[in-house]
Ligand binder design. Sequence first.
Ligand code: C5P
Ligand code: MG
Length: 156
Amino acid sequence: MRIGLGFDLHRIKTAARGYLLLGGIKIPAPYKVAAHSDGDLLFHALADALASALGLGDIGEFFPPGSSATRAMNSRRILDFYLGRMKKSRKKLLSVSAVIVAERPKLGPYRERLRRALAQSLGLPLDAAGLTFKTFEAMPALAEGSIACWANCLLK
Ligand code: C5P
Ligand code: MG
C-alpha cells in the first residue's frame, strides 16, 4: 500500500461573474482564480498526491508553470499523466480524499456532484471519493485572497 499527499493554493481576484474549477466542474463564484493553467486546484492537489505516492517528481517538474506548453492547460491532462504512470507501475488507486478551503461559495451543495464526477473519472466506487470543505474562518488575507486544497490517495 502507498499513501500520497498533495496540496495546492491559488490567489483569487474579485470578479462579478467568476467561477471556480474543481475536478473539471465549473462552480459559480464571486472571483476568478489566478493561474497559469486552468487553475483546477483539486486536480493539481490530486496529481501531486499521486506523484508523491509513486515517488515521482511533482507537477511543477513535469508541467513547468510559466512555460507556453502549460498555459491555460486542462489540468485533467496532468492527472491523466500520473494515472498513466501509476498503471505502468502496476499499481491500483483505492481511494482519494480532499479538503477544499474556500471562504465562499458554499460548497456543501456541490459535494455529491463533485464526488460522483471524481469517482467516475478515476474509476473508483463512489464511497472511495471523499470531499470536505472548510472556510478560512474569515482570516482576511487568506479568506479574501486565496483558495486551497489538500488531497491524498491510497494505492495498492
Ligand atoms: O470552516 P468552517 O468549519 O466554519 O466550515 C463549517 C462547514 O461549512 C464545513 O464543515 C462545511 O460543511 C461547510 N462549508 C461549505 N463550503 C465552504 C466552506 C465550508 O459548505 N466553502
Ligand atoms: Mg495549482
